[in-house]
Write a protein that binds this ligand. Structure first.
Ligand code: T5A
Length: 209
């Protein structure tokens, strides 16, 4: 737990509504006169945005190996933590981050099947000892959440284009992580956005206010 700012992360498979809710939560917290910073991973520094493009959109990178993918996510994180997250928390900001190292555990560890002890070591190295105060897991059936994405656009990025089995492994891993650590709160993300936002704010209030 940080003395000044807070660090809250939002996790879940694609299309579960994380970005939508982070905007809502940021407004709610700002209305309480708190300084709020919203971020997403990978990205949010010049270097991390370039890495994001390699990871998700660059057509020349379609044959990326899982090991390369892992190291690029960690490189993006190492930069974001040192350039933005650590200074912001130090100044007392409430940092709301769309994904953090739990994504690596679920995607590169569980779905890509890279060794967990290496993931844990790299997560800790890249995050420089920073651990979220609270992590909200957006849980819902992947078939439904991925349907939201295909409804939004037919251009899926390199990771979104994976199959249902891939996303089912990720969901299972998130739920397993949540069972073993009180940092996590699991939220039913299949409900309509207004009620979902209220439920998340209730959990944040229970923990911090
Ligand atoms: N990744 C990331 C790794 O593999 N390892 C890592 O270490 C890290 C950090 C990031 C990708 O990188 C991977 C995971 C990802 O594949 P991204 O583009 O940032 O990619 O992807 P997401 O974080 O998953 O963002 P998405 O935009 O795909 O999903 P969101 O943010 O969960 O959902 P949102 O809010 O954009 O909403 C999706 C759609 O659903 C509607 C929205 O209007 C929108 O159209 N919607 C709802 N509809 C009905 N009911 C609700 N409650 C709704 N809420 C939103």
């Amino acid at each position: 737990m940080w003395l000044d700012g807070k660090f809250i992360t939002f996790e879940g498979i694609e299309g579960t509504g994380k970005s939508t809710q982070i905007s809502f939560i940021a407004k709610e917290l700002s209305a309480r006169s708190l300084d709020v910073l919203t971020l997403r991973e990978p990205g949010c520094t010049k270097i991390s945005e370039k890495i994001r493009n390699l990871l998700q959109y660059d057509k020349e990178c379609h044959n990326m190996f899982p090991e390369t993918e892992l190291l690029l996510f960690e490189a993006s994180r190492a930069q974001l933590v040192r350039e933005v997250i650590a200074p912001a928390i130090g100044k007392g900001f409430w940092v709301l981050c769309d994904r953090f190292f739990d994504s690596t555990t679920a995607y590169q560890g569980s779905a890509r099947k890279l060794p967990m002890h290496i993931i844990e070591m790299l997560n800790s190295f890249a995050a420089g000892g920073y651990v979220p105060d609270m992590t909200v897991i957006f849980d819902m059936d992947p078939a439904l959440s991925l349907g939201r994405l295909t409804g939004r656009s037919t251009n899926l990025d390199r990771i979104e284009a994976e199959d249902l089995e891939f996303f089912s492994l990720i969901r299972k891993k998130y739920l397993e992580m949540a069972k073993n650590d009180s940092r996590f709160v699991v939220i039913d993300a299949s409900i309509e956005p207004v009620m979902l936002g209220k439920n998340i704010m209730n959990e944040i209030a229970k923990k911090f206010f």
